[in-house]
Design a protein around this ligand. Structure first.
Ligand code: ADP
Length: 468
């Protein structure tokens, strides 16, 4: 009996630690807006890097012609060709091909890596070219999605800061990555130039904006999390003089690294961070994204196993870090069978704790719910924080507009957590309405976006093409 009570106590304590009252969420909204200001004021002024993209012209559906894209961000790369019909006709067609990157090229020289990519791209261009509208000798334009840390110097150039995700092509670090690619393309005899070098989150914004001009921000919640948005150029204090246009510029927030003392953090979060290879980094991401939600849940369940006998005494697998992945945790959370069959299956097969009582399985579902609800509500607060910063949260103060002249505002969202995990999506949507209030929320649309890192990049190449 006492042991059961102890498990319930662990749950209660965790639930209290994760509380996201509307007051608390309001503090997170304000903190996000404040940190955005600080990150725009000076480099290093905030944990939010607020990186400049130099993208000042989002696709609007008027571009015409054939454009290419290259998406390099993992162990595969994609090449795409997009045909745009101009006003009204939108995307006529697109072709895409996936190619693996040979293992040895991931740790070789930059010349070998880019020669390989350029050759693959050239063969793709030749295969895809149906001779329909481009002259063979005409310079082709490419949108290059490069999802590694880059210090951007212009819309089409940027220096690689460091590799991540298993790459170690060391001589590329410190070089202009667009130039590396262009040199290889020239060598390969491919008449193509990089019109836009972009991060994948920016591609998402571009694609959504192409379909809906009220789109002002994009958020990804998948393995990791990030956001970007359109900022008034004159509000980017750290770059005054550097940016020419007078309108808006896209800022890549790198919001996974956001931090505020108002975030509801528990001992489980602290331990997860301490034991991670990047402790003190990506604090917001560690509470929100797919890489971590299953692991937070596992830590709470492990504590329950240690403090009570609800899992019997053989719960050894629960001590293995990252053994409970977020999709499994989501499946337990969303198990609607009366006897929680799916929970039992995952407990047995993944965690190797069979014979857990129905009552204890219900407790497990509660833990999943607490973890996901907190994550979704914090992401919602982050989104409203962005809207507040740009005067689109309906408060009518920052925007200088009189109340009663609402403007429609669209935020593009992608990533498996929002798209495939319906409880997460519902909690997020609900929290946005709760924070903004019913009335203001009517003007805010969260729009599920396709993966924009391919087509979005081609559209950005069109928008920043030198042929325009
Ligand atoms: P990316 O890796 O580019 O972010 P996704 O947006 O597909 O790609 O996100 C994958 C992440 O989402 C994985 O880390 C996984 O943990 C999580 N995930 C995938 N499917 C689901 C699901 N049905 N429910 C909850 N989480 C999921």
């Amino acid at each position: 009996r006492r042991k059961w009570r102890r498990a319930v106590e662990v749950l209660r304590e965790f639930e209290e630690g994760c509380a996201t009252s509307i007051g608390r969420l309001g503090q997170v909204v304000d903190a996000m807006a404040v940190e955005m200001h600080a990150g725009l004021a000076s480099d290093g002024g905030s944990k939010l890097k607020m990186l400049l993209t130099f993208i000042d012209n989002l696709p609007d559906g008027n571009a015409k012609g054939t454009y290419y894209a290259l998406d390099l961000g993992g162990t595969n790369f994609r090449v795409l060709r997009v045909r745009l019909g101009g006003k009204g006709s939108m995307i006529i067609s697109h072709q895409v091909e996936y190619h693996p990157i040979p293992q040895e090229l991931m740790s070789g020289t930059s010349e070998d890596l880019f020669d390989y990519i350029a050759m693959t791209l050239k063969q793709f261009v030749e295969r895809a070219d149906d001779g329909s509208e481009q002259k063979a000798d005409e310079k082709k334009e490419l949108g290059f999605t490069f999802s590694f840390p880059v210090r951007q110097m212009s819309v089409s150039s940027g220096i690689l800061v460091k590799w991540t995700k298993g790459f170690s092509v060391e001589d590329a670090v410190g070089k202009d990555i667009a130039q590396c690619l262009e040199e290889a393309m020239t060598k390969a005899g491919l008449n193509m130039q990089v019109a836009a070098l972009v991060n994948d989150i920016v591609g998402t914004l571009a694609l959504c904006h192409y379909y809906d001009k009220d789109t002002v921000a994009a958020v990804i919640i998948g393995t990791g999390t990030n956001a970007c948005y359109v900022e008034r150029t004159d509000a980017i204090i750290k770059c005054q003089g550097l940016l020419k246009n007078s309108g808006g510029t896209v800022v890549n927030m790198e919001w996974g690294n956001f931090w505020s003392s108002h975030l509801p953090r528990t001992s489980y979060d602290i331990a997860l961070d301490d034991e991670s290879p990047n402790s003190n980094d990506q604090g917001f991401e560690k509470m929100i994204s797919g890489m971590y939600l299953g692991e937070i849940t596992r830590r709470v369940l492990y504590r329950m196993a240690q403090e009570s006998d609800i899992f019997g005494d053989g719960a050894y697998n629960l001590s293995i870090r990252f053994i409970l992945r977020t999709p499994s945790m989501a499946a337990m959370h969303e198990d609607d069978s009366p006897d929680l069959r799916e929970v039992r299956r995952i407990l047995t097969e993944t965690l190797q704790v069979p014979h857990v009582s129905l009552r204890a399985r219900r407790l497990i579902v509660r833990v999943c719910d607490i973890v996901t609800r907190r994550a979704a509500r914090l992401a919602a607060a982050g989104i409203v924080g962005i809207l507040k910063k740009i005067g689109r949260d309906g408060s009518g103060v920052a925007s200088g507009r009189a109340k009663g002249t609402p403007r429609r505002t669209v935020v593009a969202i992608e990533g498996a957590l929002y798209v495939n995990y319906s409880m997460f999506r519902e909690y997020l949507n609900e929290a946005v309405v709760e924070i903004l209030g019913e009335e203001a929320a009517q003007n805010v649309v969260l729009r599920v976006s396709e993966d924009g890192s391919g087509i979005g990049a081609a559209l950005l190449a069109a928008a920043h093409s030198s042929n325009r």
